[in-house]
Unconditional design. Sequence first.
Length: 202
Amino acid sequence: MPITNKTIIKTLTVAFLSLAVAGGFFISKNAQNESRQRSEAYVKDQMAGCYEKAGASKCYKQVAANLLSTLSLPQILEIFKANENNPEFFENCHTVAHYMGQMEYRRLKSVSIVFSEGGHTCLGGAYHGAVEGYFMEKGIINAPSSEIKSEVAQICGKVEDYERRQQFTECNHGLGHATMFLADYDLLIALDLCDALGTVNE
């Protein structure tokens, strides 16, 4: 079969398009990697700035705000997960995740949405902070026990309300943190508040 100019042009066009697609993919992938590296460097720098610093709790609260003003909660938690075995992260990422959970709840006004963004990274700190944020917004820190119990009974809803059972479990785990916070870390008072939940599993 003779090779015509039309065949050559067609072959060259296909080859050029293939190279263009491959090159575009490479550039896109490289850009994503560079963006990820910049984000990770920023998070590391923020965490390192508070490590071994006096008044670290206040510092980490500011770090949470700084991170959320630049990156999404899932992006931050992904970086935390990759680094949580490092001392700067392991010792304090749970605290930062708590603050971020509280801040995201204040922004989104929904515990379940924060849960959908969050994860179990850093011992589920974002989950726990979201529940704490809910109680803070309700202003029931010093409310009568009966009022607090009423909120405890409904905040997590039912297991059927969640895509994954683990999210429901984390919500109730977060309630444990929140009730300890509300009870000023008196275990017996916190356990009494948790009695408002409907089942033994909860």
